[in-house]
Design a protein around this ligand. Structure first.
Ligand code: CA
Length: 356
């Protein structure tokens, strides 16, 4: 008995020492973002993860964050993390639709889930498992990195009064929404963010979809295009962290936990910061430019957009079983979640507003 106790004691001491030693291991990682460091509060998230991880490991686990101006490959994050050129990335999943169309739905879907509904789906409705299914084949773990909430439908120089007004309209609108509008006669162009203001100002394009006030204000579209349309195309765009699985598996257990906790904290902080950024930016825009008109697309346009969306979804569902599986899972969750959203948030806002 005494011998056994001695062995157990020896074993546990060895284990403690091993854990202790690995906790003190120095690890140096690099993280590549799709954006410049100035694109706050989106870029704040990886920078915050880096500082939290450093602090919680007493400076032993260092994650150096590179903006797009350093690595020059804003849309190449998936490949760089897959090949372990960077251990981590911070990007938008839907940039990689060329590699797998199913990546698009993990960001957002036209007429899909809103912010709260999408997080409900991700954590409790099968989203996390489906995200794993998409990224496992790249040797990548993917985690949420903050959400923009409902994006606006874009800045237009002229009002859209009917479907005919979309014919030949030159517009910057990326992703599935661009495909949807192109089926309705819009001339969809893909102009880099840095050149958008000039393109809209000079009439190279007639309209531009970007994000919502929190980020749109940095672009200055409100100074040159007075019609600001409400959204339909990206009701809850989620950013993502990518982590190379082999690099992650080599981390000491405590560092793994610390990294996951740091990503969750920074993501949650970003969601609040982004809500506030929208509040403040919209207040500033409409104060400085009172001629901005908030518009919602006419019914006939919205109906056509929905029909066109369904066609685009059907096409990709046929091409990719995983796309189909994710879309179905999201739609099933949306169906039940929306019942609650309708009698809670929606009803509360419409009734309390009607009293003013
Ligand atoms: Ca957008």
């Amino acid at each position: 008995m005494k011998k056994l106790l001695k062995t157990i004691l020896l074993l546990s001491t060895t284990m403690l020492l091993t854990v202790h030693a690995s906790e003190n291991k120095t690890v140096k990682w690099k993280l590549a973002m799709s954006w410049p460091k100035s694109l706050t509060p989106i870029s704040t998230v990886p920078l915050r993860v880096s500082s939290l991880v450093k602090e919680m490991t007493n400076g032993k686990f260092i994650i150096k964050v590179h903006g797009k101006n350093t690595h020059k490959a804003p849309l190449g994050i998936l490949d760089m993390v897959k090949n372990n050129i960077y251990e981590m990335g911070n990007t938008s999943s839907y940039y990689y639709k060329g590699q797998d169309i199913a990546t698009t739905l993990l960001t957002t879907a036209p007429f899909g889930l809103n912010n709260a509904e999408q997080y409900g789906w991700y954590y409790y409705g099968g989203g996390e498992e489906l995200t794993k299914k998409v990224y496992d084949k790249f040797g990548i773990d993917s985690y949420p990195a903050g959400n923009t909430g409902v994006q606006m439908g874009g800045w237009f120089k002229k009002e859209i009064k009917n479907l005919n007004d979309l014919q030949g309209l030159k517009m910057r609108i990326p992703g599935l929404a661009g495909e949807v509008l192109s089926k309705l006669g819009v001339n969809v162009t893909n102009i880099p963010a840095g050149e958008l203001y000039t393109a809209l100002d000079r009439g190279t394009i007639d309209a531009a979809e970007f994000v919502n006030p929190g980020l749109d204000i940095k672009m200055g579209f409100h100074k040159i295009a007075p019609y600001y349309y409400t959204g339909w195309q990206e009701p809850a765009a989620e950013m993502h962290f990518f982590v190379n699985q082999k690099a992650f598996n080599k981390l000491p257990q405590t560092y793994k936990t610390i990294l996951k906790v740091a990503m969750k904290v920074a993501t949650s902080e970003m969601n609040t910061a982004y809500f506030n950024a929208n509040v403040e930016a919209w207040k500033q825009m409409k104060t400085e430019f009172p001629n901005i008109k908030i518009k919602t697309f006419p019914d006939e346009v919205l109906i056509a957009m929905k029909k066109s969306t369904d066609e685009v979804i059907a096409k990709y569902s046929k091409d990719s079983p995983l796309f189909k599986e994710i879309y179905k899972s999201q739609q099933n969750y949306l169906k039940k979640a929306r019942e609650w959203t309708k009698i809670s948030e929606y009803k509360y806002i419409t009734t309390s507003n009607s009293l003013k």
